[in-house]
Design a protein around this ligand. Structure first.
Ligand SMILES: [Zn+2]
Length: 271
């Protein structure tokens, strides 16, 4: 069985002491690709450096809305240059997050618009982060126009967003939250989405699925998320796993050569 973790943060300090082992283990457990998602200029650079160490790691370029206040002059220009690197397969994570208040709302929207325009220019998909900001997010998307492909990462089950995703062909990506006891809305969303719009991710080091909840998460646990998706959809596991890999390859336009898809060779460093 093969898996792809479409969203994780292996560049984070939580992995400083055993990053190489974690990556190696993930590939031994059946992962064929890992997308490391940039959250700042510095993080994007680190994700890119991982792509040069590991053939089957890819990166995204973006600044998370939480970091909107830290963006310095010239950083966006630099990010736009990095976004053109061969192993950058998406723009983000970007979006709006009002969980800690709306003081930065205007700046967040401006930064989100910048990412959407860059993605359109480079024909890249966008990884969207959304928390307590749905209406503003949909307004910005309406005003800017949708990029070629877009994913609502860590989909929380919001019914308006679900309807929007289905109508506009946006992808929804599920994390370990789908295994949490009180996450019925997430499970209902995963059950009702059309086959071609579902992705899975870990968001590691966060959101470890049951029975690892509260622990540091890692890419190999995307398998538990995929199993949960299969079970709520009442579909055969093999069928769903294959579908999830196909969707990820299609969304990010990943090309995995035969030698890379070999499970053992998978995680090894480039010669
Ligand atoms: Zn993330």
């Amino acid at each position: 069985m093969k898996y792809i973790d479409t969203h994780c943060h292996l560049d984070f300090p939580e992995f400083d002491r055993d990053r190489a082992e974690i990556i190696q283990r993930a590939f031994e457990e059946g992962l064929i690709a890992v997308i490391n998602v940039g959250t700042s200029l510095k993080s994007t650079k680190k994700c890119l450096s991982l792509t040069s160490l590991y053939q089957n790691c890819w990166a995204t370029a973006g600044i998370h809305p939480h970091h909107v206040r830290e963006v310095k002059t010239g950083e966006l220009e630099e990010l736009a240059v990095l976004a053109r690197e061969e192993k950058v397969v998406a723009i983000g994570e970007t979006g709006l997050d009002y969980h800690y208040g709306r003081e930065d709302a205007a700046a967040q929207k401006e930064l989100f618009r910048w990412h959407l325009r860059l993605a359109r220019q480079l024909h890249l998909p966008v990884v969207v982060h959304q928390r307590e900001s749905r209406d503003d997010l949909l307004t910005v998307l309406k005003e800017e126009g949708l990029p070629e492909r877009l994913v609502f990462h860590c989909f929380g089950g919001d019914s308006v967003l679900l309807k929007y995703a289905c109508q506009h062909g946006c992808y929804c990506s599920f994390t370990g939250t789908i295994t949490f006891e009180k996450a019925d809305a997430v499970r209902e969303a995963a059950a009702s989405l059309p086959d071609e719009l579902i992705l899975v991710e870990t968001d590691a080091p966060y959101l470890a699925p049951h029975p690892w909840r509260g622990h540091r998460n890692e890419p190999g646990r995307v398998r538990l998320v995929a199993e949960a998706v299969a079970s709520v959809r009442g579909q055969r596991r093999e069928e769903v796993f294959r579908l999830l890999v196909e969707n990820a390859l299609k969304f990010f336009h990943l090309e995995i050569s035969e030698s890379i898809s070999d499970e053992r060779k998978g995680g090894k460093r480039r010669q």
